[in-house]
Write a protein of this length. Structure first.
Length: 215
């Protein structure tokens, strides 16, 4: 088994553990953002399982990348809309969510055969806004007392930045591309570990019910 395959399995195993612990805290949490993120973990794990299964059968699984990127974009846009405090930014999140999904729908209507290919346009449209939201969150939390989700956002920012560069890279050497793939796989593990740390530090203990929903 190659280094890339090994790190991929490790990352998916930690993802499974994260889904278990987040699901355990799901009922006791009054944070809507936490529940949205838990659902995101579920969807990503399902896609990863199906992708691995098809790959083991030597069946083409590239089409699943669309569900991964678009699903991630939708759920994390909703997640950021809940945790970002700035109202104009919230409106931008809503606008970009609607606009991006509209553009992608039109694109696949016009070019249906691209459903079975990697779509660089799709990756850029769904990744760049999320990177901007991450940066906005970092600015928001600089002087904030509430540091919830900082571990998640930090890990996601590093992982998404690397994966975006990887998937949108042009004509680069095979050796350099291999290095980026391996780096991306390691960053995915780090991202999953930070998700676990987030749960352990901020959501492991039951939160007392309040009259208002927390983000």
């Amino acid at each position: 088994m190659s280094f890339l395959e090994t790190t991929a399995y490790i990352g998916n195993f930690i993802l499974f553990i994260n889904l278990l612990v987040y699901s355990k805290s799901y009922r006791n949490s009054n944070s809507v953002a936490f529940k949205v993120f838990t659902f995101y973990l579920l969807i990503i794990l399902i896609i990863q399982i199906i992708s691995t299964y098809l790959r083991n059968l030597y069946v083409e699984n590239i089409f699943l990348s669309h569900y991964y990127f678009i699903g991630q974009f939708i759920l994390l846009s909703l997640f950021f809309k809940l945790i970002l405090k700035n109202k104009p930014i919230k409106k931008v999140v809503k606008l970009l969510l609607t606009l991006t999904l509209t553009i992608l729908c039109i694109y696949y209507i016009i070019y249906p055969t691209n459903y079975y290919k990697f779509n660089v346009i799709e990756i850029i449209l769904t990744s760049i806004p999320l990177l901007i939201y991450c940066f906005s969150f970092f600015i928001q939390t600089i002087d904030a007392d509430n540091k919830k989700f900082i571990y998640i956002i930090s890990g996601f920012f590093l992982y998404l930045l690397c994966s975006t560069l990887l998937f949108t890279a042009g004509n680069i050497s095979t050796d350099f591309r291999k290095i980026i793939w391996n780096t991306n796989a390691v960053l995915y593990i780090i991202y999953q570990l930070l998700i676990f740390i987030e749960w352990y530090k901020h959501f492991r203990k039951p939160i007392k019910e309040s009259t208002q929903l927390d983000v």
